[in-house]
Design a protein around this ligand. Structure first.
Ligand code: ZN
Ligand code: ZN
Length: 248
């Protein structure tokens, strides 16, 4: 796509809903502003969006940050975030949310007792997915001018500090392919790449949050023409050989 066309599209379309931008627009932060313990003097990436579309993510973004925060303790950026949340809690904000997140740490998962030193973190998949996908859509739009669909399938992996990352990431990191983006890497940095194995067209994204958590995500590019991507609805099996089809 030509630069001029990309710019034109950028000015006219809301990347969240894909509809024309008319009337008042809001500057949507990608990643969310609340990722940053302090935003004064920072030059953050924003993308114009409908105020309503932007606002509809706000609570899920709060959840996203709070649910990851306990995994960041010990890193400078993570600790700064803890201080910010503590301040907000002292001011009476977010208490319910923080309590809910702390409840997500369980010593017993599906009847299995974990060793005393380990707790499992349960995550509200729908909320987490929604925010991660929004960030990817925003950055994808920023880099290419192409809006990814609002509803899409994606696999993701969350790696806490000192834990080994998923297999593909290890291979990928060794390949030397990754190009790191992000003006404030202590808080947020990322890479993205494409793979075209056989007849697939895959995107692979990685994020480093608060200098402590790695999130990787993989999904089929919308232009992928593989069997799964062409699947448009339920298909009914052919009648088995030897069975009789009853005419209607
Ligand atoms: Zn919109
Ligand atoms: Zn596909």
């Amino acid at each position: 796509m030509g630069q001029a066309k990309v710019k034109q599209l950028r000015a006219k379309t809301c990347y969240l809903c894909g509809k024309p931008l008319q009337g008042p627009t809001s500057a949507d932060h990608v990643p969310p502003k609340l990722f940053f313990p302090e935003t004064k003097g920072l030059d953050l990436l924003t993308i114009p969006a409908h105020p309503g579309c932007n606002l509809s993510y706000q609570l899920d973004e709060e959840y996203f940050v709070h649910t990851l925060l306990p995994m960041t303790k010990g890193s400078a950026a993570g600790d700064a975030q803890h201080v910010r949340v503590r301040r907000k809690m002292d001011a009476g904000k977010n208490v319910a949310l923080v309590n809910m997140v702390m409840d997500e740490f369980k010593h017993v998962v599906k009847g299995v007792h974990l060793p005393a030193t380990r707790v499992a973190k349960l995550i509200d998949h729908a909320r987490f997915f929604r925010v991660l996908w929004k960030i990817i859509r925003g950055l994808h739009y920023h880099h290419s001018g192409v809006i990814l669909p609002e509803e899409w399938g994606m696999r993701y992996w969350i790696t806490a500090r000192y834990e080994p990352p998923e297999e593909f990431f290890k291979m990928y990191a060794e390949s030397g392919r990754e190009v790191i983006h992000g003006a404030y890497p202590k808080v947020f940095s990322y890479f993205f790449d494409r793979f075209k194995p056989e007849n697939l067209n895959m995107q692979y994204w990685g994020f480093h949050l608060w200098d402590s958590i790695i999130i990787t995500a993989m999904f089929h590019d919308p232009t992928c023409g593989c069997e799964d991507c062409q699947f448009v609805g339920p298909q009914f099996p052919e009648a088995m050989a030897g069975t009789i089809k009853i005419p209607r």
